[in-house]
Design a protein around this ligand. Structure first.
Ligand SMILES: NC(=O)c1ccc[n+]([C@@H]2O[C@H](COP(=O)([O-])OP(=O)(O)OC[C@H]3O[C@@H](n4cnc5c(N)ncnc54)[C@H](OP(=O)(O)O)[C@@H]3O)[C@@H](O)[C@H]2O)c1
Length: 306
């Protein structure tokens, strides 16, 4: 019975999380909508308010004390979490050389380490009930990597590996584990992409060796998102359908492109797949420090004269 189940979702104040939050509020579930404290006013602005079945709580997923507080309250009042939806995520745009250690940690903290901690904290109660659902929003970036998205892909690949192990581990208690994998979604998500100190500089400086990587990949990704038929609402529908399935599979591609990439990964030999993808990268032949291009830059010409 949905009315006796409690669902908690992270990062519910925008995008896929907000769309899922709206959809959840219309079901019979008891729902705990969470977001960073500074983002909480967005719920009221979107007409979402607390009720008997809906609670809105602050949760920065990277803060241990906030994780413990929201889960302790759920345990005390509603007997724990039955369905955990790990949605909160951020995305850095940078080539490997441009991600400093603290930036890599920031990416991994939100996208990998925090959802794994949430899982660790809800599992004892799920095991005691011999039931539970863990649904984490992964990405096509968790099945394939693209240039300038190394840190993001690493975080999603890490989620994929950990959830695969978890799927086997908790099956004896009837706990179902699912990775929902959206591809490109027509949302604000990639506009809110974060640049690292180095990638920000390189995108704007013509003489930087990786300049062409950024100026070609950024509009390419933006275009793929704009062209996508998938929206936060369509992904939210997949999420709701998945948590209602009796036996949800480990991986659920949530958009058409995700289904195509999943199929390609299965049927095309890996070396051919990488070669094909490389050839499809926008203007890839111009990437790297072409001597001709560098020689046309004013500062380099000045250097030569000195
Ligand atoms: N959009 C896409 O094309 C796409 C594709 C594949 C996968 N995904 C995945 O889908 C999920 C949702 O992304 P989206 O597209 O809906 O992007 P979004 O609109 O940027 O939403 C991300 C949400 O995560 C929250 N968040 C970020 N850091 C947080 C933290 N430390 N603690 C708690 N919440 C935090 C954000 O809250 P604030 O507003 O407070 O920052 C926001 O509500 C992510 O896991 C993303 O990787 C998205």
């Amino acid at each position: 019975m949905e009315s006796e189940k409690t669902v908690l979702i992270t990062g519910a104040s925008t995008g896929i999380g907000l769309a899922t939050a709206r959809a959840l509020c219309g079901t019979g579930y008891r729902v705990i909508l969470t977001a960073r404290r500074s983002s909480l006013p967005r719920f009221a602005a979107r007409g979402i308010e607390e009720s008997v079945h809906v609670r809105i709580r602050p949760l920065d997923v990277t803060k241990p004390e906030e994780r413990l507080a929201v889960l302790a309250e759920a345990e005390r009042d509603w007997g724990g979490i039955d369905v955990l939806i790990n949605n909160a995520g951020v995305s850095y745009r940078a080539v490997v050389e441009h991600v400093a250690e603290d930036e890599r940690l920031a990416q991994m903290n939100v996208n990998f380490r925090s959802p794994m901690e949430m899982i660790r904290l809800v599992l004892p109660s799920m095991r005691a009930k011999r039931a539970g659902r863990i649904l984490t929003i992964s990405s096509v970036g968790g099945m394939m990597a693209m240039p300038t998205m190394a840190a993001y892909s690493a975080s999603k690949f890490a989620l994929e590996g950990a959830h695969e192990a978890l799927w086997y581990e908790v099956r004896p208690w009837g706990i179902r584990v699912t990775l929902v994998q959206p591809g490109f979604v027509d949302s604000d998500g990639f506009q809110k992409v974060r640049y690292t100190a180095e990638s920000d500089r390189s995108e704007h400086e013509l003489a930087e060796p990786y300049h062409e990587h950024y100026v070609n990949m950024s509009p390419f990704i933006a275009k793929l998102m704009r062209m996508s038929m998938a929206t936060p609402d369509s992904v939210a529908r997949v999420v709701i359908k998945t948590i209602r399935r009796r036996r949800p599979p480990l991986r659920v591609p949530a958009t058409m492109d995700a289904r195509v990439f999943a199929l390609l990964r299965r049927i095309v030999p890996r070396s051919m797949y990488h070669w094909l993808l490389y050839r499809m990268l926008p203007n890839v032949r111009t990437w790297g420090p072409s001597e001709e291009r560098i020689s046309l830059l004013p500062n380099r010409a000045d250097d030569g004269e000195r």
